[in-house]
Design a protein around this ligand. Structure first.
Ligand code: PLP
Length: 341
């Protein structure tokens, strides 16, 4: 990234520096395509997951259906019917079947794994149902990238979104991959970049950083993090683990501490040097009950008492133990405050 930022780096320029930039862009596209199980010409670089999601949903030639636990960039992309989820946050197949039959959507969007709970959706089965009625399936794999298989074939999807910052890459860059032969309609016109599917000079430093982060993903990391996550959850038996009955990503734990507002938990943990999120980190700052948790049937009080603990490549067993200690103290304080004597 530093090398790219040091010099002129417009892949559309015809001079030598431009040709070098084009070669870097092609190399980064090859790496990204490989990670997504797509052909290089079927990958469009974007300014992140949000734009890729919006580009994907713009491909619908008719009604759209999205799961009730999608990221805001999907939920607010346009009018869409909501597919309900069960108490673990997994798409309710009976309701999905009803919707596919009654609405006949042109496009269905279901995320690979949820950003607040880590709950994994049975995307392959959803893809089969979509294919049966000729609907396109878009999968937001932003949270899942690097933590479970997210290639187009494994997911059975027609469109897949990824974003760099979730795997340690730079923020502000992502990609949308599509199945071969799909004529992608651009959202952003006014330039021939990205084969006419996304106008604007490419963010080459970001794209190169993204490819570099993709190349650094270590398959064994998910196993190491799963051990830490299990240690963490076992250490806080007084908390409710959201989505415990479903398959979940190894790095995410959504915990409810009954009756203690998430923002209070956040501040207390922060004082101990522990950084966690309330609700969706993408929208932290606004303290509203999470739409994901309310879609799972949790009441307002429980939903407002949930925090998301994310573990990453830098997390250690000592970090987990420090969290357990601080969170247990917090739970103790809450219990004492609630007791009459
Ligand atoms: N989709 C999911 C599941 C996310 O968690 C996020 C944000 O982190 C996005 C989409 C948006 O991605 P970006 O921040 O790259 O626009």
């Amino acid at each position: 990234m530093a090398e790219v930022m040091a010099g002129p780096a417009n892949p559309s320029s015809v001079h030598a520096a431009g040709r070098r930039a084009l070669s870097r862009l092609r190399h980064a596209r090859d790496i990204t395509a490989m990670a997504m199980g797509a052909a290089p010409e079927d990958v469009v670089f974007t300014s992140g997951g949000t734009e890729a999601n919006r580009l994907a949903l713009a491909q619908a030639d008719g009604p759209v259906a999205v799961s009730a636990v999608e990221h805001a960039s999907v939920l607010e992309a346009g009018p869409a019917a909501l597919i309900p989820v069960d108490a673990d946050g997994v798409v309710d197949f009976d309701r999905l079947d009803d919707l596919l039959c009654s609405l006949r959507p042109a496009l269905v969007s279901v995320m690979a794994a949820n950003n607040e709970t880590g709950v994994i959706q049975p995307v392959v089965e959803i893809a089969r149902r979509c294919r049966a009625i000729g609907a396109l399936l878009h999968v937001d794999a932003v949270q899942a990238l690097g933590k479970m298989p997210t290639d187009m074939l494994a997911l059975g999807a027609d469109l897949v979104t990824v974003s760099a910052h979730k795997i340690g890459g730079p923020p502000g860059v992502g990609a949308l991959a599509h199945r071969p032969g799909l004529a992608l309609r651009p959202l952003q016109r006014g330039g021939g970049q990205e084969m006419g599917r996304r106008a604007g000079t490419e963010n080459l430093p970001g794209i190169v950083g993204f490819a570099s982060a993709l190349s650094s993903i270590e398959a064994a990391e998910a196993g190491r993090v799963a051990v830490l996550r299990d240690r963490l959850e076992a250490g806080v038996p007084f908390a409710t683990v959201v989505g415990q009955g479903a398959a979940r990503l190894a790095n995410t734990s959504c915990l409810i501490l009954g009756g203690v507002r998430a923002e209070v938990q956040l501040m207390r943990l922060d004082l101990d040097g522990i950084m966690v999120s309330a609700g969706a980190a993408c929208s932290s700052g606004k303290v509203a009950a999470s739409h994901v948790l309310t879609a799972m049937g949790l009441d307002e009080v429980a939903a407002r008492s949930a925090i998301r603990v994310s573990l990453g490549w830098a997390s250690t067993a000592q970090d987990v133990d420090r969290f357990i200690e601080s969170y247990s103290r917090l739970a103790g304080l809450a219990t004492r405050a609630a007791s009459p004597t």
